[in-house]
Design a protein around this ligand. Structure first.
Ligand code: URP
Ligand code: ZN
Ligand code: ZN
Ligand code: ZN
Length: 508
């Protein structure tokens, strides 16, 4: 029977009980969530999870998928992608259909992409443009909206986006001067507006003025190739911006989410803030966890250029600290910043590294890289893996338990994970629309055997079955639980007014 062969679209991912295992029956499917592992069947009906439990009665019209030896986990959530983004004079090669399909091939069933209005562009207009582009998505998606400039219409549109369009997070690029960089005035106004709305500000933390200056200096000193890129964006540049954004968020009483944290300097800012009780969340990219800065010294220009992304890859020392951050809970989410540019696009900067479009791919590979390098190495438990690849993002961006959980009523977005399956990553075989893969040749252990989106099988034993336009836009309401707590803190922190008699003496 085909994946959508049942009229009522029932589907069961079936395991058996431990008792049956003792009697020599097949091993069952282990449901792994962020907080438990248990042997169970999962029944999906009409796109939702209808039951989770041992030995469920399977409706006669249901397709039964044998989850023998597989782990049944919530589908991955990638909270940071850029499909078909117009950026640095070109457009990212991966579109919403190919990108969400590649995501499904890797076990990711939801992406949160970014609406990035040009300076002076109306936010709602940009939002609707991106919504149009995303209609071809194969899996569910949502949008953060970037605030790149400020005036009263931006203030008003942020309100409309939260009230009428399910947007609960706003992005601020502290880098990319003369393009989408947001100055301090915009940042402060937007953070304050997030406070009024119960929305979450997020930042790309790099001091754009410093980057601009260092880029010019490096270019003039003759570092015109990709090696100039990391030289103009040292860890201090990221640490400075991270600390600045965190302090601004603290003063204005808003939580903060830092995207693509790549180095010790930024992590230290997060650690200090959290140790003081501030609600700061950090994201790390799978790429930053396993690729180091030696790539920029590769004699092959194209290879080096394909690693030009911001923040840049760092030394192994920083990488080790990022893993420790994930292990200790200092870093909450993993993402990809999937932003694909093919070789001819990268070549726009063949004589000047500043013109190389910034971005790397990886939406298909994140889950396997995390399992292989995180779980197989003993650094993360399977439940911790679920937390950092899915559940934490769902909680922070307020779509839990609809997403990021295996519970009754949740969307039937599941990955049936083969923890011992292997794959060699290559641009020759990947499903991403880019002619390069930053993980080329890497052998990973841990692959999706099946991916289910809305209860439909969209990836099955190496074959994509996604449908163009099947993905839905996911509304994300404001005021997640931690924001309500932040609100209480803000109320409690209001200083008492001083009541005193009016001064009646002489005034100079
Ligand atoms: O280099 C990157 N990361 N490109 C995409 C835009 C961004 O900064 O997230
Ligand atoms: Zn509208
Ligand atoms: Zn960024
Ligand atoms: Zn990004």
């Amino acid at each position: 029977m085909g994946p959508r062969g049942c009229a009522s679209r029932r589907l069961a991912a079936r395991g058996v009980t431990r008792r049956a295992l003792a009697r020599g029956a097949r091993r069952g499917g282990v449901v792994v969530t962020h907080d438990e592992e248990k042997l169970a069947d999962v029944l999906c009906v009409d796109g939702r999870i209808a039951a989770v439990g041992a030995n469920l009665d399977v409706p006669s019209d249901a397709r039964v998928i044998d989850a023998d030896g597989l782990l049944i986990m919530p589908g991955g959530i990638d909270p940071h992608t850029h499909m078909e983004l117009p950026f640095m004079g070109t457009v990212a090669s991966e579109d919403f259909f190919t990108g969400t399909s590649a995501a499904a091939a890797g076990g990711t069933t939801t992406i949160i992409d970014f609406v990035i209005p040009a300076p002076q562009q109306n936010l709602l207009e940009a939002y609707h443009t991106w919504r149009g582009w995303a209609e071809k998505s194969a899996c569910d998606y949502s949008f953060h909206v970037a605030v790149t400039w400020w005036d009263d219409t931006v203030h008003a549109d942020m309100g409309t986006l939260t009230r009428e369009h399910g947007v609960n997070s706003f992005k601020h690029f502290m880098a990319y001067k003369n393009a989408i960089m947001c100055d301090d005035e915009t940042l402060v106004n937007s953070f304050a507006r997030c406070n009024e709305l119960g929305a979450i500000p997020t930042v790309h933390a790099e001091n754009g003025e410093l980057v601009f200056r260092l880029q010019k200096e490096m270019y003039e000193r003759g570092y015109v190739g990709p090696e100039g890129h990391p030289l103009s964006r040292p860890p201090e540049v990221e640490g400075e911006a991270a600390n600045s954004a965190i302090r601004i968020a603290e003063v204005l009483g808003v939580p903060l989410y830092l995207v693509h944290t790549s180095c010790e300097d930024a992590l230290e800012a997060v650690r200090r803030a959290r140790s003081e009780g501030q609600r700061v969340f950090a994201e790390v990219l799978a790429q930053h966890l396993v690729i180091d800065d030696s790539v920029y010294r590769n004699p092959d220009w194209s290879f080096a250029a394909h690693h030009v992304m911001s923040p840049p890859f760092r030394s192994k020392r920083h990488q080790g600290l990022l893993w420790k951050g994930l292990q200790s809970g200092l870093i909450h989410t993993t993402a990809t910043d999937h932003c694909c540019f093919c070789t001819p696009q990268k070549a726009m900067g063949k004589d000047d590294f500043r013109k190389i479009p910034n971005g790397t791919g990886g939406v298909e590979d994140r889950m396997s890289v995390l399992w292989s390098e995180g779980v197989e190495t003993g650094m993360l438990t399977p439940s911790e893996f679920v937390a950092v690849t899915s559940t934490n993002a769902a909680k922070i961006f307020n779509i839990f338990p609809r997403k990021g959980s295996v519970s009754v009523g949740a969307d039937a977005d599941l990955v049936l994970w083969d923890p011992k399956g292997t794959r060699t990553i290559s641009a020759k075989t990947h499903h991403q629309k880019i002619d390069f893969n930053v993980y080329e040749g890497m052998e990973v252990t841990g692959i999706p055997a099946y991916t289910l989106s809305q209860g439909d099988v969209v990836w099955e034993n190496g074959e994509l079955k996604t449908q163009r336009g099947k993905g839905r836009y996911i509304d994300r309401p404001c005021y997640p639980t931690y924001w309500k707590n932040q609100q209480r803190r803000n109320e409690v922190a209001v200083p008492e007014k001083v009541v005193r008699a009016a001064y009646t003496g002489p005034v100079a």
